[in-house]
Write a protein that binds this ligand. Sequence first.
Ligand SMILES: Nc1ncnc2c1ncn2[C@@H]1O[C@H](COP(=O)(O)OP(=O)(O)OP(=O)(O)O)[C@@H](O)[C@H]1O
Length: 280
Amino acid sequence: MIRIRDLSFKYQGDEGFALQNVDMDIAKGDFVGVIGASGAGKSTLIYAIGGVVPHHYTGDFYGSVCVKGQDTVETRPDELALTVGSVFQDIESQLTAMTVEDEVIFGLENYGTPRELVAQRLVQALEMTGIENLRHRALDTLSGGQKQKVAIAAILALQPEILVLDEPTGELDPRSSRQIFELLRKLNRDYGTTIVVVEQKIMLLSEFAGRLVVMEKGGVAYDGGVREVLGHSEALRRMGINVPRVVSLAEELRDRGLYDGPTPLNLDEAEQMARRVMGA
Ligand SMILES: Nc1ncnc2c1ncn2[C@@H]1O[C@H](COP(=O)(O)OP(=O)(O)OP(=O)(O)O)[C@@H](O)[C@H]1O
């Protein structure tokens, strides 16, 4: 579905490379979480999958990115956007209309969606993101979190096969953050939508993603199953990644020969670990 080969990218005017020799294959229906310290290249990776790099942000681009067989350098960004829906970190720059309704139908109308279908997709997208009550509100009266949901609804309305999101819960409280991830899971499970999401909240991400990619200095440091990757907690911490305490505790206990079970990813599993360690 997404095939990245030896991708390196340097933004125009920058000294160093934001991405260096990245190789990655993402299959249809994958749910991939991307983590890494600030400046590791996470946003640039998201931009590269959506074609924002090198079409919007220009620079030196080496290697290739193919999305559903389309080479992103050769494909027009608006054409690519029908396959890849992107939700960026800077929500303000992504929202262009006056009201929520206009924002959600803007993209649909741009792509010449028939009228009846526009109405249907609008209602569906608002419902999925839980913002039906905001339909007629002016965007400038909304909170950051509400705007984030509008940006996601506008992308969902286009029903892309791939969704890439850059810290979609950045402005959201824990409850809304979980709702967004539950929505992503629903899209992934019910419609086979491929999800690539950059997220700082590692425990939340671990609960929903099937695979974790760790970026470091523009390259891929780890790429694998969630437990396997989080098992490298000491190395992740050295990279400046905020590894959940319970994850590193498991590693410390393992190092001391006190625990040989799986890395706990939630409270229930942490409890099981504690019981095992105490022999209860
Ligand atoms: N629009 C841009 N123009 C020039 N340089 C950029 C731009 N965006 C990012 N960079 C540079 O590219 C490198 C990688 O940045 P990127 O934003 O991809 O990292 P990140 O892991 O997403 O970081 P953060 O967690 O802080 O968002 C950094 O050195 C950054 O300064």
